[in-house]
Design a binder for this molecule. Structure first.
Ligand SMILES: Nc1nc2c(ncn2[C@@H]2O[C@H](COP(=O)(O)OP(=O)(O)OP(=O)(O)O)[C@@H](O)[C@H]2O)c(=O)[nH]1
Ligand SMILES: [Mg+2]
Length: 246
């Protein structure tokens, strides 16, 4: 269970039949608390977005399960965009991902959540204080590896991208609809492994379309670089459009 949002408590709150009788008021209170937390988070996210807009940044919230390749994709972005990209990394522990991004050529700040399974708008506001955005056009936020909780927490981003990687299987989109119905970009990563692992890309895309009509798909390999150019161009266009709003 995430010790920040108590998500499993809320989602599993007695939706089973049972013989014993007792009041369910405590669950209602739990749901009210959850709603208050999200409302406060949304207010902070709006403040973050206003700050990022003033800086002329295009902000992307990158979400996937652990190991799908978020940092590997960001390393490719860092090699391409260099100093015009800033990155906020989210992990339960270690500074490893921020160190990888800095080695790849972009500025980065690491958030260690120490137990929380998602980033929230408050943590992003603090992280942003540690980054110098001079010369930056794009801010990429790597969320904690998790397909569930990060979907519910706005950070002040302009768009959400999900990465689904070939070894995870082509059946995951309908299992985690809360994320896939909110995204504007779907990266299917590790396509270099497609000859070795059964994965029906069209099925995954069709299932995503059944939840969401407004996303663009990028089949990529962060390892070989295949497909990454289209993703770079897309982000460049987004950054250009954002820059014009300054
Ligand atoms: N074959 C192959 N391996 C990849 C690709 N992208 C990433 N990997 C490997 O997948 C593993 C996990 O990659 P990461 O980039 O660390 O994944 P992540 O999503 O950032 O992981 P967490 O931050 O722990 O959630 C590493 O061993 C990468 O080398 C790819 O396109 N092809
Ligand atoms: Mg990572």
């Amino acid at each position: 269970m995430c010790d920040a949002c108590g998500c499993s408590d809320i989602s599993q709150a007695h939706n089973h039949d049972h013989a014993h009788t007792h009041s369910h008021d405590h669950h209602q209170r739990q749901i009210e608390l959850g709603t208050d937390v999200l409302k406060k988070n949304n207010e902070l996210a709006a403040q973050n977005r206003a700050f990022f807009d003033r800086k002329g940044l295009f902000v992307l919230n990158l979400i996937s399960s652990p190991g799908a390749g978020k940092t590997s994709v960001i390393e490719s972005l860092a090699a391409h965009f260099g100093d015009t990209l800033a990155v906020i990394e989210g992990d339960l522990q270690t500074r490893r991902d921020a160190e990888r991004v800095i080695r790849a050529g972009s500025r980065a700040y690491q958030i260690e959540t120490h137990g929380a399974c998602h980033l929230d708008a408050h943590s992003i506001a603090h992280a942003a204080e540690h980054l110098d955005f001079d010369g930056c056009r794009i801010l990429c936020i790597e969320n904690v590896g998790n397909l569930v909780c990060p979907a519910g927490y706005e950070l002040g981003e302009h768009e959400k991208a999900a990465i689904l990687s070939i070894p995870e299987g082509d059946d995951k989109i309908l299992k985690y609809p809360a994320l896939f119905h909110r995204i504007t970009m779907l990266l299917i990563n590790k396509i270099d492994l497609a000859p070795h692992i059964e994965f029906d890309t069209q099925k995954a895309i069709n299932e995503c379309k059944s939840l969401n009509r407004a996303f663009t798909t990028f089949p990529v390999s962060a390892k070989t670089g295949e497909g990454m150019d289209k993703f770079f161009d897309y982000l460049s266009q987004k950054a250009e459009q954002r820059g014009k709003h300054e």
